[in-house]
Design a protein around this ligand. Structure first.
Ligand SMILES: *[C@@H]1O[C@H](CO)[C@@H](O)[C@H](O)[C@H]1NC(C)=O
Ligand SMILES: *[C@@H]1O[C@H](CO)[C@@H](O)[C@H](O)[C@H]1NC(C)=O
Ligand SMILES: *[C@@H]1O[C@H](CO)[C@@H](O)[C@H](O)[C@H]1NC(C)=O
Ligand SMILES: *[C@@H]1O[C@H](CO)[C@@H](O)[C@H](O)[C@H]1NC(C)=O
Length: 466
């Protein structure tokens, strides 16, 4: 402890001495890899269908997320249970990072998620994951953190201000029968996790973050891995570490389940300049106008202004592009969603434009049925193929011209391509609450992506990640 403090002091002194001549940038680089769990099926239609369904259920969850707490009344003895509902994560279609917690360090894989904020790991030797059959990983072999083996594990006390990050302002109410911060329950689109909050040391190769707030989950449903929340609330990893920015380049999904990875870079630098990274286009981040306490406060909103298919500007009603005073509408960037979600009217406009411009290819209705994606085209026998360009234009002029592979999935040996965007599944009323557009990780492949927190802006540049 004293030793690392001393080291830190040395770093500070070094920084003071060097900062006048060079801009010292302190960065931490950690590998980022696609999926830790294999899809149990090798049928390409089934895999795509799983991706589509999980992306829809996640979108559903992100959109309807509300923070539900136990009712505040006097007789409720179950008052020490908190219910918070961030978003869903799925074992397939996500990217993972490994983080080391505890003394001595225990290294555990986490799903990298910019759509939620708490960092939690499967915890104790008794960790129970029900409904984890859908992964190839044997649920009893899920890597877990063992607090008993760490000398720095501490329970979070009710008096610790960090407790209220999870309980909200009603901390006194939730703490009336307990001294330690009450357990959390997080519900997901499909699944949930429950546990207690710990203070732990978080280790990186050249830096240790003491007293990091982390969730120790004892039981989960359909959650084979922990989640590293990179959202905008106080408990997120970037907020706790005071990061200036973080950036990554998502490897193409064709590297799924192979041992390659790209990097997630955490910038802990103390420079406050607003230097832009060369070659990177930026657009500002916005807060949801419904306020930072609202459920949508932890999302990274960007201002999408225009979608073009080929040369055609697709008409999108303004109410979807900009969040209203009710908090609905707008675009968020989410690393934990796979396929980009478009509110149904936007989805219809975009897909109709693709169908119109690709009239020379025959539709593969059977494949659309099997995968849940639309439109799919049969390109069998085509000598060459041309697909319209898909471009997202943001406030400030930043243009994201997507490579074909980022919106058309080619199903090998079937000669079929499918457009990789989704909407709600069409049953029931329009789900027009929450973000209207969720920019998923499929669309971010082979882009350098920067979350410049200090300057509140989102940056991107096309880049081969491998
Ligand atoms: C607590 O409050 C909720 C909501 O007001 C109510 O439904 C419930 O019956 C109350 N419980 C008790 C035990 O009073
Ligand atoms: C709880 O009880 C106190 C006193 O017994 C009362 O003043 C208060 O209004 C009650 N709160 C709720 C939410 O019922
Ligand atoms: C469709 O086919 C027609 C006639 O073969 C051709 O002139 C046209 O360029 C094609 N359009 C596209 C988008 O490939
Ligand atoms: C695509 O079209 C070819 C030729 O018309 C046909 O043989 C094949 O079965 C079709 N593939 C699918 C997946 O529909």
């Amino acid at each position: 402890m004293t030793r690392s403090c001393l080291l830190l002091l040395v770093h500070c002194i070094l920084f003071i001495f060097t900062s006048s001549t060079t801009t010292a940038i302190a960065t931490i680089t950690i590998p980022l890899s696609p999926s830790i769990t294999k899809h149990p099926s090798s049928d390409p239609y089934e895999i795509l269908n799983t991706l589509a369904i999980s992306s829809i259920s996640r979108a559903h969850h992100l959109k309807t997320k509300t923070i539900t707490k136990t009712h505040k009344n006097n007789s409720s003895s179950a008052s020490s249970l908190l219910v918070k509902t961030p978003l869903s994560s799925h074992s397939y279609g996500d990217y993972t990072v490994s983080l080391s917690f505890g003394t001595p360090p225990q290294t555990i894989p986490f799903i990298f998620d910019t759509g939620s904020s708490l960092v939690w790991f499967p915890c104790t030797s008794r960790y129970l994951c029900s409904g984890c059959f859908f992964t190839i990983v044997d649920p009893t072999e899920i890597p877990t953190f063992i607090p008993k083996l760490s000398s720095t594990s501490k329970l979070i006390d009710c008096k610790n201000p960090k407790c209220s990050w999870i309980t909200g302002p009603e901390v006194d109410f939730h703490c009336q029968n307990t001294q330690t911060c009450p357990p959390y329950i997080i519900r997901y689109g499909s699944g949930s996790t429950a546990g207690i909050l710990l203070s732990e040391a978080l280790h990186f190769p050249h830096k240790t973050v003491p007293d990091f707030l982390v969730g120790c989950s004892i039981a989960s449903n359909r959650q084979p891995a922990g989640i590293a929340g990179f959202g905008r609330s106080s408990e997120s990893l970037p907020a706790q570490m005071g990061l200036k920015k973080f950036s990554y380049c998502l490897l193409s999904r064709r590297f799924d389940d192979t041992p390659v990875s790209s990097n997630l870079i955490l910038d802990t630098g103390s420079g406050t300049g607003d230097t832009k990274t060369q070659g990177v286009s930026y657009t500002p981040f916005h807060k949801n106008p419904a306020g930072s306490n609202a459920a949508f406060g932890e999302y990274y909103y960007v201002s999408l202004r225009k979608i073009t298919v080929g040369n055609k500007h697709v008409k999108i009603p303004y109410k979807y592009l900009v969040p209203g005073s009710d908090g609905n509408g707008g675009t968020i960037v989410d690393s934990g969603s796979t396929i980009t979600f478009l509110e149904r009217p936007i989805f219809e406009a975009v897909t109709q434009e693709f169908i119109k411009q690709m009239g020379n290819y025959s539709r593969a209705a059977d494949v659309e049925e099997l995968t849940g994606l639309k439109p799919c085209f049969n390109i069998s026998g085509q000598k060459s193929m041309s697909v319209p360009e898909l471009t997202l234009q943001f406030k400030g002029g930043a243009k994201m011209v997507l490579p074909h592979q980022n919106y058309f999935e080619f199903i090998f040996d079937k000669d079929v391509i499918c457009l990789m965007v989704i909407t709600d599944n069409g049953v029931g009323p329009l789900l027009s609450v929450g973000p209207a557009i969720i920019l998923g990780n499929f669309q971010q492949q082979n882009f350098y992506v920067e979350f410049d927190l200090a300057n509140k802006r989102f940056g991107f540049a096309k880049q081969k990640c491998k």
